[in-house]
Design a protein around this ligand. Sequence first.
Ligand code: FE2
Length: 315
Amino acid sequence: MAGPGVSGIRGIALSVRDRDESVGFYRDCWGLEEVGRMGPTAYLRATGTEHHVLALHEKPQVGLLSVALAAPDKASVDALYDRALGFGADVIDSPETLDPLAGGGYGFSFRTPDGIIQKISSDVEMHAQRIDDAKRPNKFSHVVIRAADYPKLRSFYTDLLSFKLSDETDGIDFLRCSHDHHSVALAKAEGPGLHHMAFEMPNLDGLMYASGRMRSKGYDLEWGVGRHSGPGNNIFSFFVEPNGFAAEYTTEMEQVDDATYPQRDARWWRENRPNGSHCAWQMATQRSEKLVRARLGELAAEMNGCDAAISRHLA
Ligand SMILES: [Fe+2]
């Protein structure tokens, strides 16, 4: 749909059991930096200028709380708000000035049919300086959400927020809102819940350093290092963080031009996936069982002390 749309993904918010423990992990192991706290929530930045890319909110149950999306300006925020109302979305609040402790700006939020909050904002305060450290993530790259009714959720992103479908496979719909091939993707699996989250590294060397840092801190490499043989063509390494969420370092995400990118469907990818493998290099051919369970939400469910079907509705 033409008209106002979001222009990028800022990051996500997670509920975690122990905020301080999680902050310690994301600072010392993953490579983010805390920039502030408000109530039970801590905010962490990457090395880019975005105010924060991850919010950690202490709650009894772990899960994906919200996705933060950027709009170009206040007029776009207002227009998206009107469209959300017209769409029949579960709108939480009307556009307003946001708390400066969380980066400020102007925005509103609504829930998808799955109950995952989408925060739309413009004019957020950016950091004046980038941090010069290629061994740490420079921005939030993409979030993948499990959604059994993915066509309904896809229409929220495409028709309401003007995302474009980059590619569809048997397992995932890949959606873009900028030149990045995907910023949000929908995994066709029981949900709602976090399938995985990905943070961008500036280059392959930085990704290798960061992956090595994680291993030196005692975290196993669950899948990778590899290059996705398919949508996005990005390099990846996957870990499971302390709350049971799947976390990815990624780099070299394919840059897409709306005028020329050939959207392809699941059949095309079935017939044309290079090597018939999920790793173009044919190196990262095996995902660990732990990662598979994390991406299905089973490890978060264990943290929550219940089975995955119940856990999906707790966070
Ligand atoms: Fe990913």
